[in-house]
Design a protein around this ligand. Sequence first.
Ligand code: MOS
Length: 746
Amino acid sequence: MTAIGKPISRVDGNEKVTGKAKYAAEFNVPDLTYGYVVSSAIAKGKITNIDASDALSLDGVLKVFTYKNRPKLAWFDISYKDQDAPPGSPFRPLQDETIKYSGQPIALVVAETFEVARYAASLVRIEYKEDTHETDLEANLHRAREPKSGIASLLKPPPPKPRGDFETAYQDASAKTNGRYVHAAEHHNPMELFASTVVYETDSKKKPKLTIYDKTQGVTNSILYVSQVFNIPFKNLRVVSPYMGGGFGAGLRPQYQLFMATMAALELKRSVRVTLTRQQMFTFGHRPATVQNVALGALPDGTMNALYHDAYGETSQFEDYTEVVVNWGGMLYPPENVTMDYKLVPLDVYSPLDMRAPGGVTGMAALEVAMDELAYELGMDPLELRLKNYSDLDNNEKRPYSSKELRECFRQGAERFGWSKRSFEPRSMKKDHNLIGWGMATGIWDSNMLGARAEAALLVNGKLWVSSATAEIGTGTYTIMTQIAADTLGMPIEDVLFKLGDTDFPIAPISGGSWTAATVGSAVQAVCEEVGKSLLKLAKKMPGSPFKSAKWEDIEFVDKHLRLKKDPSAAVSLMTLVNLNGGKAVRETSGVFADVMKQKNFTRSAHAAAFVEVMVDEELGTVKVTRAVSAIAGGRILNPKTARSQILGGMVWGISKALHEESALDHTFGRFMNHSLAEYHVSVNADIHDLDVIFVEEHDDVVNKLGVKGLGEIGIVGMPAAVANAIFHATGKRVRDLPITLDKLL
Ligand code: MOS
């Protein structure tokens, strides 16, 4: 009867595959106008002249907005920060003549059609005075400095203070490894382009009233932004985003098309849509380029005694984007002598932005390759080394995890993969002209729960309507929330309608950090329980009610009935109960937060073990990941089907990060040059072969009542290192820089 734990297909699947699901740029209204953004051709300097006369002379061009004629907004003085803003001063489009990075939006052409706007944009002539820019992380490491701390440090703590004495321990170690790891920047590249459709209306007092269809991972974040920046009261704003064609972190912050479209709509008193181009998708946040150094030491039996991990990440000149790159090693592994360090290098680029497992996949891609190197220094099986140094404690905080079934991930993953049949020596598993290699790595990610609100209403027709202003970023939120609501009130999922992505619904946080299932799921469960409690009150009022003295703990909801646990024959249908409510729905709104008292003595994390087989063509250097197994300990699995899809997506991206993805900066221009899906390579179908996902059983009542940890990010974390380690096993070549393109193997 219960829906939770069942592999239920997406409740929104039909809408998505039939094209009924609408995305931000697909909501059409009469008299819509179209904005096209002009991007800066230089990375640093000043605009000395903008000549829009040719653009303006075209039929259908309504206006060309630049820093010179933009409206005066309070925001330009007070500096509003969005919900995912790192310390610093957020970029403000059209603020003045200053150019801070290549691709910076410097003008918006608005026209009656998209085609005219695009053509007119090409006629806007811009003159610049160029300054020297710095975009090369490796050439600027000497300028590295401590990150500024801010509210973001709550979820992204800086590295803990050193423990023990790394230097001495490392000297004493009998096996050691020391390496430098360089990762290129990456862009999220969701399929759907960033777009905002702003529908302009006026209220009874002739004040602007906007409905904004925005591509975002948080409608709440967008409405706060628009309200603050443009000084519009909430009651005259509504932000809607029922679907999103991929986010991966790119939609955690309001993107500049939202600013542009809103500004133009208010000024022109018309509805406006601004859609970015694929090239412009490379002109905002990205996973930062990083340089890392890892040194590990171990005693002859494999016991690690020394761990060093530092990281240098790029950031912009105006914000200190940070992520947790180095803390993981000190957490996972127990050596007594540990030093971890994290620094930023400000460059003339846009601020980096969270991208799937931000920092975690970066740091673990270095640390877990270093672990493999250490295993080979010791002459020890790489999995054996992990088990030898396995710890049930978070060694940074010296406290237990709320649950940690990583050992079981290793066991089940290794068994499914056939790890015991691996030969230790590199280049020992040749097949024709191909070298075969097997590699493994550990993954870890935070299991956070924030606070959220939700509304539930049992309608008089017996249907349950539930809503929260959360997002569907492709993960299956509609489906799992439907399952949770259905089970809480003992209803079939067909009778439940869950709605999201609308600021008219109760508030929810941005969907990121793998916290939506835990956070919004808990809110949905809680509000449905509130409805259940109201139903119990109604049941008590029935003449001769068997529930008169029943407490909440004494009852259950099964098969659309409220009944006594002790005596299931004492049952009343939900339909009967709601009809005792005077013809009204039984409606409740409530919110939940994490139980911090319960959680305070525990670290909460999801874990993974990734096993990968590669085939490397010895003459061509081409790498094929022929097989991969990920065993995941992620708490209770709400829906094995959507959960598996999440992990598969993470695994594919992990392979893609290991082998393909790289936003190539040409430092002459300070510009990302491969700004298209033709040249920014991602894994495609032909790159992906046999992928297998295992969920190990894990019970955890500390993370939240549902026992859910969140799966959005854990699937990617261990994969890049597992691929790199498999390549070493195949070829004997240790490649520490990502992506591992074939030139690095020849
Ligand atoms: Mo995720 S990078 O927090 O959307």
